[in-house]
Design a protein around this ligand. Structure first.
Ligand SMILES: [Zn+2]
Length: 257
């Protein structure tokens, strides 16, 4: 069993950066108050949501979960992602969307059930696409208007109802930059529980068009040489980082030939 406590988008760790024990979980739960407290035997997780971060006792700290992923094994990442995703789902899923009655936990499934109309509600995942566009030896990186620290990252966006992932990639790229792309290749995926995304990553090649930015979303976008990246790019632990790292490695190999 692994023990998780979260405050907003942060995981709570011991001050030395190690994970919580069962006793730690009780201690921080007592001190801060809990929004949720649940166990999932099948995946070996117990998780609590903390109410008041200001009351975190000495010996513990909060740490952004997305940075925590960077140094963990695949198993820990999966458990932490699931714990965080289920916590968010539980907090958001209190009442039946069909009849409005208060939901209960299902006896055996990871689901909530309506005692009035028997509606069964499973955790939802929201698929997003993220893509790195290549043009000759350069890659397209963009700075989002909401990003405060000047980070240049891959284009990304939520999938729309009725779309394939490939259609979503082409639409997002066109909406945000007015470029047409080709040769989409699946790259990988990552659970991103902020609150419930699944990031589906692609690479693609530039086909046509001039950069014309969607000003409500994109503050700046430009073609970068992977060996001369902007100062701030996505930190390790994200699939955006993996996409950019793969382009950097490819450029290094080419450079060494
Ligand atoms: Zn109902």
């Amino acid at each position: 069993m692994r023990y998780f406590a979260f405050i907003d988008r942060d995981i709570v760790l011991r001050s030395d950066g190690t994970e919580l024990t069962e006793e730690d979980l009780e201690k921080v739960g007592e001190a801060c108050g809990r929004t949720e407290d649940f166990v999932e035997e099948a995946t070996g997780i117990r998780c609590i949501g903390l109410k008041d971060a200001g009351l975190l006792p000495e010996g513990y700290k909060r740490h952004p979960l997305r940075f925590y992923f960077a140094a963990q094994t695949e198993q820990v990442i999966q458990q932490a992602s699931r714990a965080k995703a289920l916590l968010g789902w539980r907090q958001q899923t209190q009442f039946c969307p069909r009849c409005g009655a208060r939901l209960s936990d299902h006896e055996s499934l990871t689901a909530r059930v309506c005692p009035e109309c028997q509606n069964l509600i499973f955790p939802r995942i929201e698929p997003c696409v993220i893509m790195l566009i290549h043009r000759d030896d350069k890659i397209l990186l963009a700075r989002n208007v909401n990003n405060k620290n000047g980070m240049y990252a891959c284009l990304a966006g939520f999938m729309e109802a009725g779309e394939t992932a490939e259609q979503a990639v082409c639409r997002e790229v066109f909406e945000e930059t007015h470029l047409r792309i080709r040769n989409l290749r699946y790259f990988g995926s990552q659970s991103w529980p902020f609150p419930a995304q699944l990031m589906i990553a692609f690479t693609a090649e530039y086909e046509s068009g001039d950069l014309q930015l969607q000003s409500e979303e994109i503050a700046d976008a430009a073609w970068f040489d992977p060996l001369h990246l902007p100062e701030v790019t996505p930190p390790p632990g994200s699939i955006a980082h993996r996409l950019i790292e793969a382009a950097v490695r490819k450029a290094e190999l080419k450079n060494n030939k």
